[in-house]
Write a protein that binds this ligand. Structure first.
Ligand code: PLP
Length: 421
């Protein structure tokens, strides 16, 4: 097959609009703060693994050379011991939480287990956990290990998905467990309304912020949220496997169901009796992965510097621009929108469905140098990370996809999905 044109595509009518939008974009200077060795590669998967911030390289170098290499064990008291708490406080600003209510720890899945268990202990007479079929699988698996799970079937295209969930809450419901932004469709829940409804039903609420933190403004305090968690490697750009964070409302008295020496009030007493720390630190369990933990700091700083209002504004513009291009250029090729059209109800990725979605994704990645991702059975997710995605990136991606269809690039790719996608 002859190589496809990689663009840009100045003759398409939307190109000028893209260039103008980039020219007036208040966040345009942030693009160069990320590592991007191949100028032709367009990365639209920051909702799964964010790009590497330039500042992270020197930070990790310092941890390796100085803090570990030279300072050795002395770095524990001087630098590392409180790092997860300090980063939790910094992260708190991005989710509208009090600094003392957030700590970095574990992975999202492990935190879900801890917080779900704590919630069940706080509502001992109630046995049910209500969640939905839009949730990330790990959330549902974990809940199933802790309580009786009711998975409410909702559709992001219903008039009022929130009401369907509210109707499912009953006197036996201990916990409402939801993802703020659904990983497949990008549906963005009304956090305030659902939290209020859970409280009215006497239940607690646990929000998984993995797909919203760093890209959607969040107000945990204002919404009176009980519990929250989320990962740091998506729009926060903390790096593969970076530890997650947990939030417990300061109004709640909760214990860590997985107590470990790290959460002890005085760990270096090496006492055989567990006495939890007074602070959110008690939710720690074991030694933190310091290399990964250190990579979070420059990443949080970038988001804080840009500001979530500006990030959200650009995210909405990028996804609306993409949706308009998709209506004009991709719909005739068999793509249909699989995300809410109203940006108030959508996070920062837009999903398209196509019956040949897997092969279209492969062609786009391998021949088109555009990286989205694929979620079975037919969902292609296009993630827009406002700190480094440009309007010309969006335009070029759609144009490359149309070019690939024009030369039937799909036919060169097998129809079988790999085990990691
Ligand atoms: C990405 C994601 C996770 C990932 O959990 P890990 O334990 O970090 O693998 C969990 N929940 C949601 C909603 C996610 O989007």
């Amino acid at each position: 097959m002859t190589a496809i044109e990689l663009g840009p595509f100045p003759t398409d009518p939307a190109y000028t609009e893209a260039v103008e939008s980039d020219g007036t974009d208040p966040l345009r200077s942030f693009r160069s703060r990320f590592v991007a060795p191949d100028p032709d590669l367009i990365y639209l998967d920051g909702n799964s693994l964010g790009r590497l911030p330039v500042d992270t390289i020197s930070r990790i170098q310092e941890v390796v050379d100085v803090e570990w290499g030279s300072q050795l064990i002395r770095s524990w008291p001087e630098r590392w011991w409180n790092l997860a708490d300090e980063l939790g406080s910094q992260l708190a600003r991005l989710i509208g939480a009090a600094p003392e209510a957030v700590v970095v720890a574990d992975s999202t899945s492990v935190i879900l287990y801890k917080l779900t268990t704590s919630a069940m202990q706080a509502r001992p007479k109630r046995k049910r956990i209500v969640t939905d079929n839009l949730n990330f699988p790990t959330d549902i698996y974990v809940a199933g290990a802790v309580g009786e799970v009711s998975v409410v079937v909702v559709s992001p295209w219903d008039d009022d998905p929130e009401q369907t969930l509210i109707d499912a809450l009953d006197a036996n419901t201990a916990l409402l467990l939801l993802s703020h932004v659904a990983f497949k469709s990008g549906y963005l829940y009304d956090m305030e309304r659902l939290t209020r409804a859970a409280h009215e039903a006497g239940a607690l609420v646990l929000w998984d912020l993995s797909h919203s933190v760093g890209v959607v403004p969040i107000d945990l305090t204002g919404c009176d949220v009980d519990l929250a968690t989320g990962c740091t490697y998506k729009y926060l750009n903390g790096g593969p496997g970076a530890p997650a964070f947990l939030y417990v409302s300061p109004n709640l008295e909760m214990e860590n169901p997985l107590p470990g020496w790290w959460g002890h009030r005085d760990p270096f007493s090496f006492s055989t009796d567990f006495e939890p720390a007074d602070s959110i630190h008690r939710f720690q369990t074991g030694t933190m992965p310091i290399l990964s933990l250190s990579a979070i700091e420059p990443a949080i700083n970038l988001v804080a510097e840009a500001g979530l209002e500006a990030i959200r504004a650009k995210s909405v513009e990028l996804s609306e621009f993409f949706s308009r291009l998709s209506d004009r250029l991709l719909q005739p090729l068999g793509f249909s929108l699989a995300s809410p059209r109203d940006s108030k109800r959508r996070g920062s990725h837009v999903s398209l469905q196509h019956r040949d979605g897997w092969r279209a994704t492969q062609a786009l990645i391998k021949d088109g140098k555009v990286i989205p991702d694929f979620r079975a059975p037919d969902n292609i997710r296009f993630g827009f990370a406002p700190l480094y995605t440009s309007f010309v990136d969006v335009h070029t991606s759609v144009m490359r996809l149309t070019e690939l269809f024009a030369v039937d690039a799909m036919s060169r790719h097998p129809d079988t999905r790999g085990s990691v996608s």
